[in-house]
Design a protein around this ligand. Structure first.
Ligand SMILES: Cc1ncc(COP(=O)(O)O)c(C=O)c1O
Length: 419
């Protein structure tokens, strides 16, 4: 039993309890991690009252900001009125949410199934594609990530997340942008392919933006073969890239879209959304006990309303463009930056570890970890993604102010000078 000395358990106490009682796969960032105790807008606060600019949003969940008063008020009112029943009883928030989501989605994507996590959304979307096509194969992208459930994990192309020791033989992989490889796969096995599942921009894979025309080729191959295209917008959706969905940058639309994370702004809710024609194939009973529960649905409804009223998509587009330019200037001055890329406020800064000269990284497993730690000490919590875990990732709440992002870029400039 660990006792608390002050008001908080503190980082050491938390690490000790984690080590004792949690499954060891649950890892955390930082050599010297803070205990996060409070959030407000674009900021997080630790147990010692230190304020941080949150540049990762709990991995792109808190797009409308921490402890958003309007969203939380809607959720609290719902908690105090009707907290839970299941979809076998009629309640209003879930259908109001479905209606509002249909209005926000492009094209004829207007029928939703609600669950709690991104993994369930991708898993459900794959089931829907299989119901529609009655085919076995799934095509996924090599550096994509789709979740922790069996099918979603097997469709994940990043080795570190492919924990299943007995991989599913019915998944095929192709690299983002490899139109030739995609065509070859379809030429060989097209009539057995149920779906192509892909993130419109790789999130965990290191903010990899598709080359122009790649998703048009995915659309064309799927159409020719009678397969479906599933866009996993769990990270990229909800205005993160400057549009409601990231596929809206591509000029072609998918058959099924998966949303989660920022949909509930911290309340657990996810969805897969499709057309009338594809939804018609899923008529056998389907239920998720907590999926689209009244509180999460009320929160998601208030979240969608907040995004629209406050133009969060336009903010992401504007601030994201300016931040990318600013980080591009750093690239010109710091050899260690290999690439700066992204869309809207989903930005990756890829490091070239071979360019570390001045600092001894003996206490850090990588240059990226060094930068993350120093940025945290300077008051900025940034992310780390990429197959080589060498991509610094900026995905702040979309309510962030430009001056705060400019401060983050200045801090990065100073930290990179140490390397
Ligand atoms: C693109 C993408 N899909 C699916 C998931 C899985 O979501 P969850 O962790 O909510 O199950 C993630 C999680 O990071 C993700 O980034």
């Amino acid at each position: 039993m660990i006792t608390t000395t002050g008001e908080h358990l503190g980082p050491r106490g938390i690490v000790a309890l984690k080590g004792e009682y949690m499954i060891p796969c649950v890892y955390h960032f930082y050599r010297d991690p803070p205990q996060i105790v409070r959030g407000q807008g674009a900021h997080l606060f630790d147990h010692q009252g230190r304020r941080y600019l949150d540049c990762y949003s709990g991995v792109t969940v808190m797009n409308a900001g921490h402890c958003n008063a309007k969203i939380n008020a809607a959720a609290i009112e719902q908690i105090n009125t009707l907290q839970h029943t299941c979809t076998i009883y009629l309640t209003e928030p879930i259908v109001r949410l479905a209606e509002r989501l249909a209005a926000a989605m492009p094209g004829g994507l207007r029928r939703s199934f609600f669950a709690c996590t991104g993994s369930e959304a991708t898993e459900g979307a794959l089931l829907l594609a299989r119901l529609h096509t009655r085919r076995p194969l799934v095509v996924a992208l090599r550096d994509g990530l789709h979740g922790r459930t069996r099918w979603a994990m097997n469709a994940t192309g990043i080795e570190m997340w492919r924990t299943d020791p007995l991989p599913d033989p019915d998944i095929r992989f192709v690299a983002m942008g490899d139109v030739g490889g995609l065509r070859e796969l379809f030429a060989a096995e097209g009539e057995r392919i149920a779906a192509v599942i892909a993130e419109p921009i790789h999130g965990n894979g290191g903010v990899v933006v598709p080359p122009p025309g790649f998703f048009a080729a995915v659309r064309a191959e799927c159409d020719a073969a009678g397969a479906l295209w599933i866009a996993d917008e769990v990270q990229t959706g909800m205005n993160r890239t400057g549009k409601f969905l990231a596929v809206e940058h591509e000029g072609v639309l998918p058959d099924i879209v998966c949303l989660a994370k920022a949909l509930g702004n911290g309340f657990p809710i996810s969805a897969f959304v499709t057309s009338d024609a594809i939804a018609a194939g899923y008529t056998r009973p389907g239920a998720s006990t907590l999926g689209g529960n009244p509180v999460s649905a009320a929160a998601a409804l208030a979240t969608l309303e907040y995004h629209e009223r406050n133009g969060l998509g336009a903010r992401a587009a504007e601030f994201g463009g300016t931040l990318r330019d600013r980080l591009g200037e750093l690239q010109a001055r710091h050899e260690i930056i290999r690439d700066v890329r992204g869309r809207g406020l989903m930005i990756g800064v890829e490091l070239n570890p071979e360019k570390v000269e001045k600092v001894d990284l003996v206490h850090f497993s990588s240059a990226a970890d060094f930068v993350l730690e120093r940025m945290k000490d300077a008051g900025f919590l940034i992310g780390k993604t990429g197959v080589g875990r060498n991509v610094l990732t900026f995905m702040p709440p979309l309510v962030v102010e430009w001056s705060e992002l400019a401060d983050a870029a200045d801090a990065l400039d100073r930290v990179l000078s140490e390397l």
